[in-house]
Design a protein around this ligand. Sequence first.
Ligand code: PEP
Ligand code: MG
Length: 554
Amino acid sequence: MNSQRLEGTAIASSSGVVIGKVQKLVAGQAAISERHLSTEELQEEQLRLAAAVQSALQELDAEHTHLLGLEHQDPVLILEAHRMLLLDPELVDKALNLIENEKINAEWALRRQMDEIITVFDCIEDEYLRSRKSDVEQVGQRIMCHLMGQVFGSDSMQSDDPTIIVADDLSPSNIVLLWRQGAAGIICEQGGINAHAIIVARGIGLPALLGASDLLGQVHDGDVLLLDAEQGHWILHPSAKEIAQYQRFITAMDLARHDLKVFAKQPSKSANGHRMDIMANLEFREEIALAVELGVEGVGLFRTEFIFMQDAMPPDETRQYQQYAEIVKGMHGFAVTFRLLDVGGDKPALFQQLSGYHYNGENPAMGLRGVRMLLQWPSVLRAQVRAILRASEYGEVNILVPMVTNSSEMIAVREMVDACCDELEIQKNTVSVGCMIEVPAAVMIADDLAAVSDFFSIGTNDLIQYTLAADRADEDVCGIYSPNHPAILALIRKTAHAAHKAEIPVMVCGELAANPEWTETFLNLGLHGLSMSLNSALRIRKHLSQLEYKPEVP
Ligand code: PEP
Ligand code: MG
């Protein structure tokens, strides 16, 4: 095996350094593995495809049962059509034949058969019938997911050395899955600095690099790789000297982290005693213990997407309630701000791809995201609001509304919250309903929004993306996607002033909250809190303690 030393730079998206062994992971439609098989392997491969079809069928039937209760029956009809396709010999039987005749692996055979059918659809003149090819794509992908699920097999990371996953692109759910299976670091060829997947890695403290183009083609499973997520650097087959140098660096970082511990459970305030809460951005219940240990002053942003992302159907009210209640109880009296579901854009959910909730927007970042989607699917909104309200029995909770562009969206959500309070016999206004400020138009109408919101939370990740017209997940425009553009400060300032005028709290929950270069600005703008990934909380609390509060006069 070639063990030539290679190095490169990538976007430093998380923190930490890890030296480990490579495990390549190629997922997704474009990158399915293509393998020729020996005659002895054929039968097993056919059984693997048949098992994936069976699992897909069971999943479909479960969704079908669940959907029958909804007033909206379109999704049921779609699932029925998908069931027929799943059983259609044109797809599965022919893919099974391909495995045997061409001696190829199941993923490859399935993809080839899907392409074959789609080509036939492309030749159909009737526009409606032609458009049904997306059903073939969805059914095929559903089977493919079950096949590819085996890529994440638990036996894959049993080596004694830390495993570094090298992938083309990874979804947030896959990052968490890999982390739970013991991955020590991640390098992706694609992705930008504030792609949701990388925010997840940051949150769970997993060293990660993005935008490492062409790396996949140069590494092999088992290669030694050094991943420096502090400086955005990787070295393949590092020398003994480099390994020793980085080991010293890792030890120094551990010591620095230890020193920060004195700031745990301290109140967050400036040197002259002005309070600005340091709160946590969380996505997983596994993070709660650390949040409590660090003594954050509440959860400023609980992204509920992950609870939805893993499943083929939106979880029902009871399942959500159980998870939210666990989080509220775990925070021991500190408030938890649950953000309503914000799938779409760079946060695709499996249930959207697989079920009747499919959304086909040309430009998902500008399409049905956040509150826009929720208002189109009131049953999803209602179940989530009721689950959050019920969890308020265990402690203070707030509801945060994502992607607000118009006051009418806040009003509609408030109406839903009030109606659910009535149903559950909970007093109205016991739960605050806040507005994410992450679209420039929301800043321009901040006075109007303040009149219908209990608090503001500035989502700088999207605010920067939409203001500068630079995709947060696209490495090609990561130089343009910058908080240093003067428009960003102007928008944050305008939002803060509107909140102060209306006497409602305002905080920042985007990644900028964790940027020490901005702490002084946020402090002097009179923000009430900063909510961030846990790995930054103590560093920013320490930094804040060294700053003088000098309020900006509007
Ligand atoms: C943001 O946009 O800044 C934000 C906090 O939301 P998300 O990153 O989940 O889109
Ligand atoms: Mg956002």
